[in-house]
Design a protein around this ligand. Structure first.
Ligand code: ADP
Length: 363
């Protein structure tokens, strides 16, 4: 008896998405099955092009389908369609950015921990994986993106209807207040002005259709996160933290702030985690693992560690984040791992919500 498509689909029901803990058929990830003389081809649509577990899914699909008598070869073809936040979540507030599937804030308890650097590399890494990505400089007091993205020679343009056209660099769309005001001008905002500046950047930039919009927040727990939480339906927030105790204390406050604003925590990144010397030894300058422990204690996923890396600093100063992913395979691997873990968390967060049954408590 030749193998049928139905038999293959039945086997695929035994393969769970490793993060979503439901089978690929139920999750509607199997888009096509073709069978020809013992050669099976399966098309799987992932929930993000930056899927951290693609290889594992491929192996498990092949193993499951090969158990059928008569199957000699199993080809797995991947595509990706970023699963948008649930309709309820998107409609929960009047959404000024309906074309954006996920808005992710990147915050930190204090300045100088590498929040903007991490935000830039998350955005560029997601774009390199194949996603449509925007990066907004929400740090209206100290915008770093003109430097980190090398925007010196770029001039802002107005599109129709008073919208600003975002810059397109390193595969992402981006906008920053730093390119809309004179350089070196102090950015002093009273509360309502800060609110207005943030709102304009978010809603008057012509972001178009995006899978992910990353927002680089100012450090600390000021006005801007409050404005953001009232204005935008966020998928969640990432907190960047260095390992030292003082940094952890401030990061805990940032996490508590997001929770108070009803913004889910997607994870913590430990930046400047350790340093690899020329002797090849790893030096735990700031106490490697401190931010990871803090994340565990706060019940927040840990997205990974980025070591102190001179090339990362130099590429940041030179406005060339793409080089972080092309020049040094070790650095690229470390950044990619954080990018993929975040993308996985976004999918888990989105799709687990879709399958959670409402619980009714009767008192
Ligand atoms: P924040 O946004 O938290 O104020 P930045 O992202 O502006 O911090 O980073 C502060 C400085 O530290 C920048 O010069 C940046 O290039 C550097 N930096 C950030 N992370 C690293 C790292 N992992 N290795 C080396 N330098 C880093």
């Amino acid at each position: 008896m030749p193998v049928t498509k139905e038999q293959v689909i039945d086997r695929l029901r035994t393969v769970n998405d490793p993060e979503l803990h439901r089978d690929l058929v139920t999750l509607n990830m199997v888009k096509n099955v073709a069978v020809c003389d013992g050669v099976v081809s399966v098309d799987i649509e992932l929930t993000t092009p930056a899927c951290p577990l693609k290889d594992q899914i491929q192996k498990e699909v092949q193993a499951a389908v090969k158990e059928l008598d008569g199957v000699e070869e199993v080809g797995v073809n991947f595509s990706a369609n970023v699963a948008a936040a649930s309709p309820q979540q998107r409609a929960a507030k009047s959404n000024p950015l309906p074309g954006v599937k996920h808005i992710i804030a990147v915050g930190a308890g204090k300045g100088g921990v590498g929040k903007s650097t991490v935000a830039v590399n998350l955005a560029v890494g997601l774009a390199r994986a194949g996603a449509a990505v925007g990066l907004m400089d929400g740090d209206i007091y100290g915008p770093s993106l003109p430097t980190l993205l090398g925007l010196d020679q770029h001039k802002p343009q107005m599109a129709q209807g008073n919208m600003i056209v975002p810059f397109e660099v390193h595969g992402i769309k981006t906008m920053t207040i730093g390119k809309l005001v004179e350089p070196d001008k102090p950015l002093i905002w009273r509360g309502p002005m800060a609110h207005g500046a943030f709102k304009q950047l978010a809603t008057q930039t012509d972001w178009g259709t995006l899978d992910y919009l990353i927002i680089d927040l100012p450090p600390g727990t000021g006005d801007v996160p409050l404005t953001m939480s009232q204005l935008l339906p966020l998928t969640g927030a990432v907190v960047v933290c260095t390992p030292q105790k003082v940094a952890q204390d401030d990061a805990r406050r940032a996490i508590a702030m997001f929770r108070q604003l009803d913004i889910d925590m997607l994870g913590v990144v430990e930046n400047m985690s350790y340093f690899i010397g020329e002797d090849g030894k790893e030096y735990d300058i700031f106490g490697r693992g401190g931010a990871e422990t803090m994340a565990q204690e706060m019940g927040v996923p840990f997205l990974g560690a980025v070591p102190i890396n001179m090339a990362l600093r130099a590429n940041s100063d030179a406005g060339n984040p793409t080089a972080n992913f092309t020049d040094d395979p070790k650095l690229a691997g470390e950044l990619d791992s954080v990018v993929k873990t975040l993308a996985g968390q976004v999918s888990v967060h989105t799709l687990s919500g879709a399958y959670v049954q409402p619980t009714i408590s009767i008192s």
